[in-house]
Ligand binder design. Structure first.
Ligand code: NDP
Ligand code: 2IT
Length: 447
């Protein structure tokens, strides 16, 4: 078995050797899916996984724009259309200076499995640009978005590829992107999700990723007859996912004591109540400030510069910032401090070594492709509402989100429960995600 996985990875490395994040995401899937493929005649010997690691299409393009000083700037734009076997390409756009092919291919690859898990008919894609939105004016953001979409529009469409937000792309950016698309195509369609409520957006979409991550944690805890109530929780990040994970965890009776950004983390031993979270949302979403400013308002909290939150004592951890933000040493620290449950809000925040330690300690661990799927699932619900030309209530969408997260949890149990009763959610999510896409690919022939 080891040699089969090694042979496969060697083939993938020949083409993608310079893409470490992509190789990391592929290895995580290969380690669990190849042993499964070998036991199933319908999949064996058909190179399905080798086909899945090759994007159906990868586009890069120039994004020129003029900054507020009148200087011409140039960024690189991308869209990876990874797999459309079960539906149109679907996945977010990331604007961050670290964006490159490796990052976007890892995200697009994960998205294929995640979208398959949601039970909705969505293929996988991802895109973005190496643009840094920090310290840019609203006008600069608008001009960048207009330039970006003036190329991207010819590659996407409501039945082809439906982008959404990710790091650095929220409601403001989706608005600017939508405006240009609508102007160029002269049509009002559901080509993007995460739209504003008055122009085709869905209630609960802003909350969905963070809420879903906590719903999934609750389901995991329930398998041990436990709940989020009373748990001390570490959250990383302070963006969209982190904010709503904190909100839902607090509503369910948990106490979230940390949040972070790329400059460090804040620790508030009393936990973030409704007022404190409202302050953080205003700080990050309106004033676009830094998380360190929290301690000016709440001096009993501390700010730890340049560190991640994982050394603080907790029962649960929700990494909601970015890839590889929780390493093997962090995992060991969390376990020795008594952490029993990790639910990933971000994509691939735990390193390969960190996951191995969570499994060794047999704690509850959910990979992002299962636990953060609530965001894209609710994007799928936004697409349905756009097609129907009507809007569902907050309660209707939240109930559908809860049901989808419960279904994903069931799929993980189906394929991930071992003979001793331990649920390997990585294995469960990877195999369940694979089966649906692989069956569709087999039915559609070698294309
Ligand atoms: P936001 O841009 O709203 O927030 C990102 C947060 O992560 C910020 O606090 C940011 O801090 C921090 N961060 C980003 N890069 C780094 C870094 N290199 N080191 C430390 N901190 C960093 O993004 P989202 O909340 O939307 O996304 C967070 C994660 O969730 C990502 O992994 C994304 O792929 C994933 N995700 C998002 C979904 C969505 O619907 N939005 C759906 C599913 C997954 P700073 O401001 O300092 O950069
Ligand atoms: O990683 C993700 O699932 C997202 N950024 C959300 C994608 C979407 O299409 O809503």
């Amino acid at each position: 078995m080891e040699s089969k996985i090694k042979d496969f990875m060697n083939k993938v490395k020949i083409r993608n050797g310079h893409e470490p994040e992509f190789l990391q995401a592929v290895l995580e899937v290969a380690e669990t899916v190849i042993p499964y493929i070998i036991t199933k005649d319908i999949y064996f010997g058909k190179n399905i996984l080798l086909r899945m690691v090759e994007p159906e299409r990868a586009i890069t393009f120039r994004v020129p724009w003029v900054d507020d000083k009148g200087v011409v700037q140039v960024n690189r734009g991308y869209r990876i259309q990874m797999n459309s076997a079960i539906g149109p390409y679907k996945g977010g756009l990331r604007f961050h200076p670290t964006v490159n092919m490796s990052i976007l291919k890892f995200l697009a690859f994960e998205q294929v499995f995640k979208n398959s898990l949601t039970t909705l008919p969505m293929g996988g894609g991802k895109g973005g640009a190496d643009f840094d939105p920090k310290r840019k004016s609203d006008n600069e953001i608008m001009r960048f978005c207009q330039s970006f979409m003036s190329e991207l529009y010819r590659h996407i469409g409501q039945n082809t590829d439906i982008p959404a937000g990710d790091i650095g792309v929220g409601g403001r950016e989706i608005g600017f992107l939508y405006g240009v698309y609508k102007k160029l195509r002269n049509e009002f369609t559901g080509v993007l999700t995460g739209k504003g409520m008055s122009w085709g957006g869905s209630l609960i979409r802003p909350e969905a990723t963070g809420y879903g991550t906590v719903y999934f944690a609750e389901s995991m805890l329930n398998t041990n007859k436990d709940t989020v109530k009373g748990k001390t929780i570490l959250v990383s990040g302070s963006g969209n996912v982190a904010q709503f994970a904190t909100e839902k965890a607090t509503q369910l009776g948990g106490k979230v004591v940390t949040m972070s950004d790329s400059s460090g983390y804040i620790f508030d031993p009393a936990g973030f109540d409704v007022d404190k979270l409202a302050f953080i949302m205003e700080l990050k979403n309106i004033r676009r400030g830094r998380i360190s400013e929290y301690i000016e308002k709440y001096p009993s909290a501390k700010f730890v510069k340049g560190q991640t939150p994982w050394s603080e004592k907790c029962d649960m951890a929700l990494p909601c910032a970015t890839q590889n933000e929780l390493n093997e040493d962090d995992a060991k620290t969390l376990i020795s401090n008594g952490c029993i449950c990790v639910s990933e809000g971000a994509n691939m925040p735990s390193t390969h070594g960190a996951i191995a330690n969570f499994h060794k300690a047999k704690i509850l661990f959910a990979p992002g492709k299962a636990s953060n799927a609530g965001g894209v699932a609710t994007s799928g619900l936004e697409m349905s509402q756009n097609s129907l030309r009507l809007n569902w209530t907050r309660e209707e969408v939240d109930n559908k989100l809860k049901q989808i997260m419960a279904d994903i949890h069931d799929s993980c149990i189906k394929y991930g429960k071992d003979e001793n009763g331990y649920i390997d959610y990585v294995k469960g999510a990877n195999i369940a995600g694979f089966v649906k896409v692989a069956d569709a690919m087999l039915a559609q022939g070698v294309v």
